[in-house]
Design a protein around this ligand. Structure first.
Ligand code: NAD
Length: 246
């Protein structure tokens, strides 16, 4: 084990309230690419901006068609070593929360209780009504889209994947819970995020200002590296594998 890995071991061992901030990089070993890779399928099936989704049924059908094309590509993705390390900390009582930019539901699938996962960009495994917030299952939406018909709620509202699209407001409750977690963290780990998407990328520096030790784990440099107490440059699964227990 090298010096930086030992430092991480020591930080984790003395921490009582770990908050993890995760981005697409924690799920790449599960087969879900990050956004910025040159050949990313997210570019071939680019999400439709919120204003366009609202503007016409044609765009809503297109948005749903692209969403299901992505779901089909990554159906069956299972949590990776990074997810399992965080789940181990949840089991041992060290993990306060996970603030995630991901929409794949893999933290919950790894066994982290849902109330510890703060989803800043929503969740792609179900849909909601934009008017009354009723939950709709994707299995009910898919046949409608196959018949070129966009789903509408019983209340008359538009039904959309429960993710936050470009141009759509971030969920206030999630932002407030994330701020609260930052204030309480003694160790804040930013894992697999390019840390360029705001306001989400403000959380690591806020947590540091509130007194947490800041660790950044990513295979590329990020604009926030100079704020970190420790930067681990490498593969997330390799770095966090020693923490996967039980
Ligand atoms: P990003 O694509 O901007 O950055 C991911 C970072 O992770 C990159 O810097 C990359 O170098 C690094 N990385 C990738 N695999 C890695 C690995 N195995 N080990 C170490 N580092 C690795 O992702 P982001 O910052 O999360 O933001 C993109 C947006 O796209 C988010 O808002 C998110 O909602 C969305 N998104 C979500 C998913 C998902 O749910 N899995 C996937 C793609 C995009």
């Amino acid at each position: 084990m090298n010096g930086t890995s030992l430092q991480l071991m020591e930080l984790v061992s003395s921490a009582r309230n770990i908050v993890a901030f995760t981005g697409a990089g924690i799920s790449t070993e599960c087969g879900i690419p990050d956004f910025r890779s040159p050949d990313s399928a997210w570019k071939r099936h680019a999400p439709i901006p919120f204003a366009e989704f609202l503007a016409s049924e044609e765009q809503r059908i297109e948005a749903w068609t692209r969403k299901f094309a992505m779901d089909d590509l990554y159906a069956g993705a299972q949590p990776g070593r990074g997810h399992h390390a965080l789940a181990s900390w949840a089991r041992s009582g060290k993990l306060l929360s996970i603030i995630t930019q991901n929409i794949d539901g893999l933290h919950q699938a790894s066994g982290v209780p849902a109330d510890k996962v703060i989803e800043l960009h929503g969740n792609g495994t179900y849909a909601t009504c934009l008017s009354c917030s009723a939950r709709h299952e994707l299995s009910a939406v898919r046949p409608l889209i196959e018949n070129k018909c966009a789903p509408v709620c019983d209340c008359g509202g538009l039904v959309k994947s429960a993710t936050i699209s470009f141009g759509q407001s971030m969920p206030k409750d999630a932002l407030l819970r994330a701020q609260d977690a930052c204030r309480k963290a003694d160790l804040f780990l930013a894992i697999g995020s390019s840390l360029v998407v705001y306001p989400a990328a403000a959380f690591p520096v806020f947590a540091k200002e509130c007194g947490a030790e800041l660790v950044i784990i990513n295979r590329e440099p990020t604009p926030l590296d100079s704020h970190a107490d420790l930067c681990l440059r490498g593969d997330i699964g390799d770095i966090l594998a020693p923490f996967c227990t039980g």
